[in-house]
Structures are given as C-alpha cells and as structure tokens.
Design a protein around this ligand. Structure first.
Ligand SMILES: Nc1ncnc2c1ncn2[C@@H]1O[C@H](COP(=O)(O)OP(=O)(O)OP(=O)(O)O)[C@@H](O)[C@H]1O
Ligand SMILES: [Mg+2]
Length: 352
C-alpha cells in the first residue's frame, strides 16, 4: 500500500518574535518520522511523509495515498489535533487512529473531564478559568494543580503548578492566561505515584451504553490489548521536579528517562487501571491506540485518578511512554507501528 505519514515537525513550525520557548514542544522530531517511515516500509509498504498543514490540500491529491498514518498535532486553534482528520474525512481518505470529535474532545482536558464525570469515572475535581477575575469555587480546597487546558508534553507543568493558596493561584493564573492564551484548568492536586497505561486495538463489545454502576458487572475491554503499565520513577529526579512528570522531564531530560515498566502494582489495582483506561477509551470514542495517564492518591490508599487520555500518544522510538511499554511487552517498534496501521486497514476494510 501507499501510506502517507502526516505529522508536524517542530523544525517546520511557524515562529514569531516573542513566542514562548515551549510553543512547539508537542510537535515531532525527524527521529520519530524516520522511525515510523522505516517501520511501515519494513512491512512492505511505500511511505511518503507530508507536513500536516494546509499544503495537504495540494499534496494529497498528488500523492494519492491508500491510507494516512496520522500523528499531526496541528499548530493553531482550539481543536488543532482534529483538523487533519477533518480534512481527510472531507477528501474521503482513510487514516489511522481516532476521529475528529474524539481528537477535539481529548485535546481539551476540561471537556474530557466532563465526559468522564458523567460516566462516574474518577478524575480530580476542577474549575476552568477563562479570565483572572473569576472566584475560586468553594468546593475546591488546596493544594490545587494548575495547567493549560489544551496542551501536551507537560507544557506549563513544573513545581510551580502545585498551588497552596489563593495568592499563588492568581499569580500563576495570570502568567498562564498570558502565556497560553486559552482557558486554564485548576484541579485537585493528587499527591502520589504517576502511572500510564497504553493500549492498542478497538473495542468489539457494545460501546454506546453508560458504564454500569454495579461493581460486579462485566467489564468490557474485549478487542483491546493493554501494554504493561509504566510508572515514572519520580524519586530519581531532582527535588525541583516536585514528584511530577514535568515539561522539563519530557523535553530536556527525555533521553535519560527514569521509569519502572511494568510498574510494581498489585494485581487488583492494575486490573482497575486497565478497566478505567478501557472505559475512558470507550466513552471518548477512541480508535486503534491511546494512552491514559493516572495519579494514584497516596493519601487515599492509592485511589486512581484519571488525568487525561492521549489518542495521539508520542511515538518517539527512543523515549515515548507507549514505545517503552510496547517494548516491555516484547513488541518491536515495527510491530507497534504496524499494529496501529493494520487496525485502521481492518476498520476501513482495505485490501493490503
Ligand atoms: N491533578 C494533578 N495532580 C498532580 N499532578 C498532576 C495533576 N495534573 C497533572 N499533573 C502532573 O502533570 C503532568 C502532566 O499532566 P497531563 O498529563 O494532564 O498533561 P500533558 O502535558 O497533556 O501530558 P502529556 O505529555 O501526557 O500529553 C502529569 O503527568 C502529572 O505529573
Ligand atoms: Mg499526560
């Protein structure tokens, strides 16, 4: 098949005077593009890389791919990760991974949390600030955690994200509103371990029902493959990272990532995490691949809280969480990439 790899390279991104140094931290490196291309080629396909921007309107009709491997994060707009899939659907070209609505929802953490809350899936209580003169909801007690609503790669996450009082809250809020130009999410700070669960596959059971309240009800995750859990070894990092998985750890320090995979977790807790990950995948309407990030509350018997779901998880062959998890499961990088591609090929019923 002819596969177009659609991504946004950091080096191709627009720049302007005074832009924030972390502006494009979410975008991809040539190493990821080369890794994915080589993996797809190793399965006998032809690959063409295309920058996932407006040039696609010209380039896609020329390249005429059978399918696109999409990891485009986009540059601008409140649903930037959904823009390329929207174009592909308009042009009726098949692509890997989640669709427009899911990518738009998952990029927006507050929207995701509203969906999770409706389904009674555990996520920290929260409030969204669109401007500085909003009162803090009296239900929210300190410590709180502050982060942008629609970024990834730990952008805006550092020790300063942990908020102990109103003064700190409004100080950080002012900085974040100015820097990220988007609503800011303030939620309960969950002190504890940091675990992420990656999965590939598609749910084959009923998917549109509300999750049953009954603890004994059958848990639906048929069709999904869970990789071993990954725990960030926060103890191995300097104190200034504050036990978090910060932007600095995901960029500057990414090559010396400290983790446990599989995470040392009791079986019943791991089963709950996998179930919550599958339920999140399900209620968000994910396809083919995703990674769900959790914190385990050290002050409440390791109770899991869902922070977010990443339907476009990082695929850097060297250090991305999902790639480490797949490798701990005995999968090569080629297997991981081609499984994602094959799942999409199957969904669209294409001939290989
Ligand atoms: N409520 C919270 N309590 C404690 N720590 C938190 C909380 N929210 C976020 N964090 C910390 O910040 C990190 C980044 O948060 P989150 O996963 O929501 O953002 P992200 O930048 O989208 O991540 P990714 O790189 O996975 O896209 C978490 O891994 C965790 O260490
Ligand atoms: Mg995360």
């Amino acid at each position: 098949m002819h596969v177009a790899l659609l991504a946004n390279l950091k080096k191709n991104a627009p720049t302007w005077p005074g832009m924030s140094p972390d502006q494009w931290d979410d975008l991809d490196s040539p190493k990821t593009i080369d890794g994915i291309s080589a993996a797809i080629e190793s399965a006998g396909h032809k690959v063409t890389f295309l920058e996932g921007d407006a040039t696609l309107f010209d380039n896609l009709p020329k390249v005429k791919p059978d399918i696109c491997f999409n990891i485009s994060e986009g540059h601008f707009g409140d649903a930037r990760e959904a823009q390329i899939p929207a174009i592909l659907e308009m042009l009726r070209i098949p692509y890997t991974g989640s669709r427009v609505l899911t990518l738009a929802l998952a990029l927006d953490k507050p929207m995701t949390k509203r969906v999770l809350t409706y389904h009674e899936l555990p996520t920290p209580n929260f409030q969204v600030f669109e401007r500085l003169n909003e009162e803090l909801d009296p239900d929210l007690t300190f410590p709180l955690f502050i982060k942008p609503s629609r970024e990834g790669t730990g952008m805006g996450v550092s020790a300063e994200s942990i908020i102990q009082n109103k003064e700190q809250l409004y100080f950080q809020l002012e900085k974040m509103l100015a820097r990220y130009q988007q609503p800011i999410l303030v939620e309960h700070y969950i002190e504890g371990r940091e675990v992420t669960i990656g999965m590939v596959g598609n749910l084959s059971g009923p998917a549109a029902r509300r999750i049953p309240k009954d603890q004994e009800a059958r848990r639906i995750f048929r069709g999904l493959h869970f990789f071993p859990s990954l725990e960030v070894n926060t103890a191995a990092y300097p104190e200034e990272e504050a036990g978090l998985y910060t932007n600095r750890m995901k960029t500057e320090l990414a090559d010396e990532f400290h983790y446990h995979c599989p995470a040392p977790l009791p079986d019943d807790l791991l089963e709950d995490l996998n179930w919550y990950a599958a339920a999140t995948f399900r209620v968000m309407g994910c396809l083919d691949v995703a990674r769900v990030d959790f914190r385990l509350d050290a002050n409440d018997n390791n109770k899991p809280y869902i922070l977010e779901i990443n339907p476009l998880p990082g695929l850097n062959p060297g250090y991305s969480d999902l790639c480490i998890e797949a490798s701990a499961d005995g999968w090569s990088y080629e297997q991981l990439i081609n499984r994602i591609l094959d799942l999409a090929i199957e969904r669209y019923q294409l001939n290989k």
